[in-house]
Design a binder for this molecule. Sequence first.
Ligand SMILES: [Zn+2]
Length: 335
Amino acid sequence: MVVGGRGDAYLGGGRFTCDVSGTDVTRLGPMEAVDIRGRGIDYRITNVGPVPGSEAFLLTSDEGAVLYDSGYGFCGPALVGNIRRVLGGRKLDSVLITHSHYDHILGSAHCIREWPDAEVVASRHTSEVIAKDSARRTMRGMDASAAKLHGVAGYEDLTDSLRVDRIVSEGDRVEAGGFGFVVHEYPGHTLCSIGFHCPEERFLLSCETLGLYVGKGAMSPTYLVGYGMTLDSIDRAMGLDVDVMLLPHAGVAAGRCRDLLESSRRAAVSWAEEIMEADRRGEGIEGILGMMKRNHYTGYVRGIQPEAAFDLNARYMIPMIIRELGQSRFRMARH
Ligand SMILES: [Zn+2]
């Protein structure tokens, strides 16, 4: 398999090709792309998200165009502009949503206004979340905070026009953009998280349950709702044939993707062990948070994740781990 890329920040502004024998991760900044000569089709993956944090990846082939996640709501008009720039006069066929968090789904409302025939695909749980007034209110509030952080005011909010056209569950097949994807449910980050795997292309559209890429071949866990279910999700993903993996918020991994998933699993287990040891020492949530930050919020991670986001995730994660593993210690031994 050959992967070619182009871009400015990471790839020196030129095109490159490389034979991939290890795992090669290409981070994609706004409007950076990689070209992939696949087993059956050639395709391009472009990060059409306008700002960091609002990543959205457009898959284009001769057969069509698919958007994978859609970023912040306040970035919607810029997202649509970026997609239009890539597609020219072609239309967007599908929007695949990995989970219902505002930074993954809100941009889709702008896309379906521009391309009303585009099919939005998500899990049943995601469709139930967006139907709730309270959930939409939370999303709108978080989007407003992100907009403020980016110095954006007076944007159009389309949260109330979010929709899911096709509800999918484990094993469903989704034909989109020339790919035949099989849906896999990967609960752990949220209950609604799903991934899409194209067996013919050995191509996996990952989701945050399978880990957040934090640079230098390392993954961080993002389990917010369940520890055991996260390990189970990663284990099932490791059972798939994967040569190319699209990593949320990051870019494209090619080569030995199983290694990345294995390192994600190891990180998930060791973070849980750290939390449980600190809990046994009697440190409270704040003490454990401080320790996690000293151990894991360093160097590269600081550059890609705001401290507030790390804190927010950790405040969900720490009590979840203590609740789940504190009740039955034998589970720690089992993993
Ligand atoms: Zn999320």
